[in-house]
Design a protein around this ligand. Structure first.
Ligand code: VGL
Ligand code: ZN
Length: 198
């Protein structure tokens, strides 16, 4: 069973100093680099939003960052503007080893819909294409690391398990936003979906 390391959103805006900084986000760069050698393939995801993206609080007059709104596809947290296409905040952390990255999959580029998962946008229906890529290459055993544990890592790992991949989250190489208990909820959701937390 070939194994892939899926590195979620290790970008400047999710690290200290960035627009949507996750506490300790930069401390997992070294551990993630060290993990890469143990896998048959490495895939990176990159959060990649147009400036008018619907997930940005600034695009909803009067809405506060971290409040929740109703989108046609369901509830959506409104975030500070982050990972805008072509800006330095969207770049990978400068310490991340890019030499092993076979694929970079960008997500969240459609203005009207957010995309936490590496597999499906937040309507839970629009595929990113990652499942087909992994299946074509026979990569059936997936380990997830990166940012943020309770949003993009968790949603990706849950989708992977639902799609029939063996899915593990290496929690020591993740960090959480932890918004209103989201970390505990994410862990429960992952366990319920059959994701191995390690
Ligand atoms: C993420 C919030 C908004 C993440 C991305 O990578 O977990 N969270 N966009
Ligand atoms: Zn985002």
């Amino acid at each position: 069973m070939a194994r892939a390391l899926i590195v979620i959103d290790m970008q400047a805006d999710f690290c200290p100093g960035g627009a949507l900084a996750v506490t300790g986000g930069d401390t997992i760069v070294g551990p993630i680099n060290a993990l890469m050698a143990g896998f048959d393939a490495v895939v990176l995801t990159q959060d990649w939003h147009p400036a008018d993206h619907a997930s940005f609080a600034a695009n909803h007059p009067g809405a506060a960052p971290f409040s929740v709104t109703d989108m046609p596809y369901g509830p959506q947290v409104l975030w500070p503007r982050h990972c805008v296409i072509g800006t330095p905040g969207a770049d990978f952390h400068p310490g991340l080893d890019l030499s092993r990255a076979d694929l970079v999959i960008r997500k969240g580029f459609r203005p009207a819909i957010d995309s936490y998962s590496a597999f499906f946008e937040n309507d839970r229906q629009t595929p990113t294409g990652l499942a087909g890529y992994l299946r074509d290459r026979g990569l059936s055993d997936l380990s997830f690391v990166g940012l943020a544990h309770d949003f993009c890592v968790a949603w990706s790992a849950v989708d992977a398990a639902k799609l029939g991949f063996a899915a593990t989250v290496i929690e020591s190489a993740t960090r959480a936003i932890d918004l209103d208990g989201s970390r505990d909820r994410a862990r429960a959701d992952m366990r319920a979906a059959g994701v191995n937390l390690e």
